[in-house]
Write a protein that binds this ligand. Structure first.
Ligand code: COA
Ligand code: MG
Length: 297
């Protein structure tokens, strides 16, 4: 399939958070099958360990030649007093992206972008925003809309629950409206959106249910806290064999010479439009990229 050569889509089924003060976890991360690693300098690292965590990260990055994963560094909030040193480290190690926590206004992204441009003028680093406060949810649309805004939104429900008093409940009934608001904000502006962590890493049933729900809501993937969650997130957020088969059938149908000029086709009693053709190509490109990565491991 010719189109696969030029079709590149981000794959963010599984983004594992790794506390940067945990050397054992840092050592393990590059060998895990997650699509991305969020190296955390914020909430999982105590104030006394911030400096040590930065040193650990510098060492961890210097030992990685050809990373298979997208590498994101989560810095501390601007007002914490740690962010400047975090960004100086970012300029040295040059990850794929910087995640700014608790973003409430797009101006915060601009401040980080300016600081980074000062510390690392040669090449820009993508910025991501964690949406995890009431104001962050309310302003998600303006945060995503800015053309210098974040490339990805990551939902943080632990902080949002703390700030609002919403209880952790299976099904997340009271959170769904906010989750969908964030989702819509991201999708309206071509910004990727990632679902929140699930704390109980021994509860496979609860985690699977939340992955199914997150996928159905349109999230690209899930932020994770433990390696045991990777396989399931990859399975639920990645293309499954049945949808790959259907996508292949759709592409084959639309690529026939007789389909030229047709916008709708009948596939076994189901209406298939050209937009499904585009979706099918994206899904096959994703599947091909996942397969190629597996082979190179
Ligand atoms: N990244 C990489 N490796 C991890 C990991 C992570 N997030 N969490 C656990 N591991 C490793 C452990 O080092 C251990 O490795 P080993 O057995 O080969 O030595 C293995 O996985 C099993 O870990 P386990 O004993 O089950 O858990 P733990 O007690 O070591 O850690 C947590 C449990 C919750 C403390 C840990 O998973 C963690 O810190 N998660 C991330 C927290 C975080 O980033 N929070 C902020 C975002 S919400
Ligand atoms: Mg948080």
């Amino acid at each position: 399939m010719e189109f696969l050569k030029n079709h590149s889509v981000p794959i963010r089924r599984s983004l594992l958070s790794v506390p940067a003060d945990n050397r054992r976890a840092l050592e393990k991360a590059p060998g895990l099958d997650c699509d991305g690693v969020i190296y955390d300098l914020e909430d999982s690292v105590s104030p006394e360990k911030k400096a040590e965590a930065r040193d650990n990260l510098a060492n961890a990055f210097s030992g990685q030649d050809q990373p298979q994963q997208e590498r994101i560094v989560r810095i501390n909030p601007l007002e914490s007093g740690f962010a400047e040193d975090d960004l100086k480290l970012v300029a040295r190690i040059m990850p794929d992206a910087v995640a700014l926590p608790k973003v409430e206004h797009v101006s915060e992204i601009a401040v980080v972008a300016d600081m980074l441009a000062r510390f690392a003028p040669a090449r820009p680093v993508a910025l991501w925003a964690m949406i995890e406060t009431p104001k962050g949810v309310l302003n998600a649309a303006s945060i995503a809309a800015d053309d210098k805004g974040p490339r990805c939104l990551v939902v943080g429900l632990n902080d949002l629950r703390k700030a609002t008093g919403v209880l952790p409940q299976a099904g997340r009934a009271y959170l769904v409206p906010w989750l969908m608001q964030i989702m819509l904000a991201g999708r309206a502006h071509g910004v990727d959106v990632i679902d929140s962590v699930f704390n109980d890493f021994k509860d496979d049933t609860g985690f699977a249910a939340e992955c199914v729900q997150g996928r159905a809501m349109g999230f690209s993937g899930k932020m994770l806290i433990h390696p045991a969650q990777i396989e399931m997130a990859n399975r639920h957020f990645g293309p499954d064999p049945e949808s790959i088969k259907e996508a292949e059938a759709i592409v084959a149908l639309f690529e026939r010479p007789e389909a030229q000029g047709l916008n709708v086709i009948n596939l076994n009693g189901k209406m298939i439009e050209r937009l499904h053709f585009e979706e099918a190509k994206t899904l096959l490109a994703q599947a091909a990229m996942i397969f190629a990565r597996k082979k190179s491991q």
